[in-house]
Every structure is written in C-alpha cells, then in structure tokens.
Design a protein around this ligand. Structure first.
Ligand code: GUN
Length: 283
C-alpha cells in the first residue's frame, strides 16, 4: 500500500511552528488579525469559514467573521472591504469563494489591499508568484507544497501534471511546482487524451472538482497522487477528484479526502496571516 500523506498530522506541525514563532513576540501584546467574509449560505463554505475561525482561536489570533446575505450588492461588499483595508486590527482579509453569481470575484479580490491578501489571489500576489518574488502564496497550492516537503517527496526534475487551471489552485499550483524545478503540464476540460497526459506524471495534482475523475488506468505505477477535490456526493459522503480505492494500490504516495489537502489549506492561511501581520507591524 502507498504512503498516506496525512494532512491532519502535517497541518498540526505547521500550526505548531506558527505558534512557536508567535510566542516569541506575543509579549509585545499585538495580535495577528484575520477577517473572513462570507456572502450567502453555501453549506460547505460555512463549514470552511468555521474552521478558519477555529484555527485563529487556537493560535490566539484575532478573527472577525462577516456574514452577508446572498443578495448583497457589489457596492456593499466593496465598502466592507475598504473598511477592513483600513482597520489596523485586521492584517488579512479572505473573501470566501465561490461568491453568488451576481458578484464578480475578480473585482472583489482586486479591492483587497495586496498587503492583506492572505489568499494570494490578488493580481499583485499572482504577479509576485510568477516573478519568483516573495509574497503570499495561495493557501491550497502552498499547502500541497508543504505536505510534499514534510514527507520529503522530491519534486525537482520530476514530471508533474496539474489537473485544473483555476486562479485559486491550478495555476498557482503549476507555478509553485515550476519554482520547485518540476516539469509541469496543466490539463483541463479541453485537454485531448487527458488520461495519456496524466499517465506521464510522476506527480499528479487533481483540482478539477469532478468526483473520482482520476482512475487507476490514468496513473503511472509509483506516481505520487495529491487530491485537492472535495465533492459532496448524493449519499452525503465526501469524494475527492481521485478514485482513491482504485488508484491507491498503484501510487507510491497519496492524499486521502478528507484529511489530506484540506487541513493544509487552513494551516497555510494561518501562516499567511502571521506573515502579513509581521510585514505590517515591522516586527
Ligand atoms: N473556497 C474554498 N477554498 C477557498 C480558499 O482557500 N480561499 C477562498 N477565498 N475561498 C475558498
């Protein structure tokens, strides 16, 4: 059986390191502060936002949750972001996605002060990523890299295939892998012979939002398989983008869903919030 990449255990290690770093400056009496904005009542988003708040509490960070009704006007949301941009208690702002259809996520993300962009999705942060400059990295791709790093899984020189090209996961994921000296291919819904492309990979990162899309015959023997997907099935159970039962016996290492990438996203959000706080307070 493959090595199971345990995101619960690894995220704890990341959070413990943040707690240690924070301990050294706690005496100064300042607190990292995160504002999470949720528009609407998507059940999955409510769960994720709750976890982010809990992670803040357990580190002793300040957090605010702003829950707005799903019919919230763009101007109202933009005003809230402006208020948070100029609030000194707040070091990081996260607008939970997806937003209701009438709100343009790009416009909303661009309204966030790039110094407070703990999600790494502002064009300024994405530009820094592509330029190889320090800056906040998207939490999920950064979480995947931290997980691979924790298990000392080599990336340099490997063939990596990222399935999905979103701003939140696919594109920054591919870029982080390039930075780590992998040879990277991005696949998406228009990719021809996608199974054959995935089969070339030493490392597969699945982030397409299609339950159990990656089948055993698509995966090379011994590949490392990272599953970013979280799909709620009609029976209420969670399924990733990888057919875990079928793929696991072929993989050398694989992430479970849940308990794989999900907790890493939260841990890296806390890391980004802490870094934003350090930058803004010049500690
Ligand atoms: N929705 C699901 N995951 C995320 C995330 O990491 N950030 C934001 N903003 N929205 C999400």
């Amino acid at each position: 059986m493959p090595l199971i990449l345990d995101g619960n255990a690894t995220s704890k290690a990341v959070l413990e390191q943040i707690a240690k770093d924070y301990d050294r400056i706690k005496a100064k009496g300042l607190k990292p502060g995160l504002a999470v904005v949720l528009v609407g009542d998507d059940p999955a988003s409510i769960v994720y936002v709750g976890r982010k708040k809990k992670a803040c509490e357990s580190l002793g960070f300040y957090s605010e949750e702003h829950r707005l009704p799903k019919e919230t006007l763009e101007t109202t949301l933009l005003q809230l972001i402006q208020t948070l941009n100029s609030d000194p208690k707040i070091n990081g702002i996260l607008v939970q996605l997806p937003l209701p259809g009438h709100l343009n996520p790009q416009k909303i993300i661009e309204a966030i002060d790039p110094r407070k962009d703990v999600d790494g999705m502002h064009p300024f942060s994405l530009g820094k990523l592509v330029a190889g400059l320090p800056g906040p990295r998207s939490c999920t791709p950064a979480g995947v890299m931290a997980l691979l790093d924790h298990y000392k899984i080599p990336v340099a020189g490997k063939r990596a295939v990222v399935i999905g090209r979103s701003i939140m996961v696919g594109k920054p994921m591919a870029q982080l892998l390039v930075e780590a000296n992998a040879t990277v291919t991005i696949c998406h819904s228009k990719t021809q012979k996608i199974g054959e492309v995935i089969h070339e990979a030493d490392l597969v990162v699945a982030a397409i939002g299609k339950p159990r899309f990656v089948k055993a015959d698509m995966v090379k023997e011994g590949a490392v398989v990272v599953d970013v997907g979280i799909n709620r099935m009609p029976d209420g159970k969670l399924a990733g983008d990888v057919d875990f039962e079928a793929v696991a016996p072929k993989a050398s290492a694989i992430t479970p869903v849940p308990g794989g990438v999900g907790p890493m996203t939260i841990a890296l959000l806390m890391r980004n919030t802490y870094e934003a706080f350090i930058q803004q307070t010049s500690l």
